[in-house]
Design a protein around this ligand. Sequence first.
Ligand code: HEM
Length: 476
Amino acid sequence: MQTDAQAVEPELHSRPGQSQAIIDPPGPPANLLGFLSFLVFGSPRDLTRIYMDLAREYGDVVRMRAGAWQFYFVSHPDYVQHVLQGNNHNYGRQSAFNEVVKQVFGNGLITSEGEVWRRRRRLAQPAFHRRQIENFATTMVDETTAMLERWARVQRADKPFDVMAEMQDLATMIVGRALFSTDLSATDTDEMRQWSRITLEYLSRCTRRPLSLPLWVPTPANRRLQKAVRLSDERVFSIIRKRRKKTALNTDGPEDLLGMLLAARDEETGEGLNDQELRDEVTTFIGAGNETTAVTLAWAWYLLSKHPEAGRKLHAELDAVLGGHTPSAADLPQLPYTRMIIEETMRLYPAAWAIGRGIVADDVIGRFKIQKGGMMIVSPYVTHRRSDIWDNPEGFEPERFTPERVAERPRYAYFPFGGGPRQCIGNTFALMEAQLVLATVGQKYRLNLVPGCTVEPDPIFTLRPNRPVMMTLQPR
Ligand code: HEM
């Protein structure tokens, strides 16, 4: 796959057949009433469908208006590249939603901008290098094996279970152990699960209904969130303080993400992260890392059960390569089909289904005028289903991700992890985790969707299944 460094900014202003006149992009008529009702009553549940229809009806660049508010939506890979990479300085973080996210994650990597963000990214990046992430492979497999032991009991009872809830618990455990290794007690993990659930509910509510009451108004939901954040902060700060003491005593701390963040020093200033900054990053990694990976895995199991032929190929690969031994990071290059299943799952159901940016200054995309002050939206969900790029876009075909076929497509035809400087820092972690979980579980079981269980994607904060994904286990 072409990397961001290799990707070249496409020639945006001279696509064949286009006149040079710069005009406003097409789009639906201004709809203030619809927008106000969205602010008060919330967004419709079929948002992904609405974006698909907008792209189909109006093309590569769409403008939506509501009074003075302007929203732009681009779906052509060249234009996505322009927004996320080529002219990324013009598409920033400032938005009402970013302020909401800050209330939970503080000023961490996801929410910060400018010099603050650059320094944080420089400090955190080494902890996410592939070699470092490989150290977490054993944790990923151990936690999956512990889950399988619990599942063995479920299977005896032959009781259907919600695979989304299971993947959520598993991903929380994995990111928790990767961050804090042995400093994480059973109470901490329960609290982390609670914190993740309550935070997600809160962020989903704010995504759906932007005019929710601000956090300082003591509604039951706001109080629940504040309590969860307070409890989580107490734990995180206490672990950080203990670790600092160990470091001061020259006792080697564990080689986990927290350890690496504690040891990180800015090359220019020699300074590290203070406790508040560490808290913000740790909280960001828990928040950004577990739901997204869990959603991806839940959809992968769903798709595999709907496509038994792909399931058979997966099992054949696992049997041939692993021959019954526990998977490790070293096996991953020999498990290309397992990886392609994950990639194809993220094409059809990208957990981060839409990415928003605030427009800093006027711009031109194609022959269209983009005005400052509005919001720019790109959607992996929509671009991943463009019929001019993908044959049979709605079909599940992991073979699309052979290296040869990837090389034939534009870089931004596929961007489940975003792109440009703000590309997901956890992408290697997430891919490794998803592959190892699929391999460890797939070696032992087939997962079958309970007949009659239908699920649709629910485009809230992430692209979750809209109801429990009920499955049964079939030992292999
Ligand atoms: C399948 C799993 C995942 C998906 C689909 C995903 C997706 C994304 C996307 C699309 C972005 C870019 C957002 C934007 O441009 O506004 C992003 C950013 C980010 N992700 Fe992930 N992510 C995943 C897993 C993880 C994991 C496991 C971690 C950490 C352990 C993580 C941490 C982050 C952070 C810190 C950022 C902000 C990076 C920055 O702005 O510098 N993500 N993720």
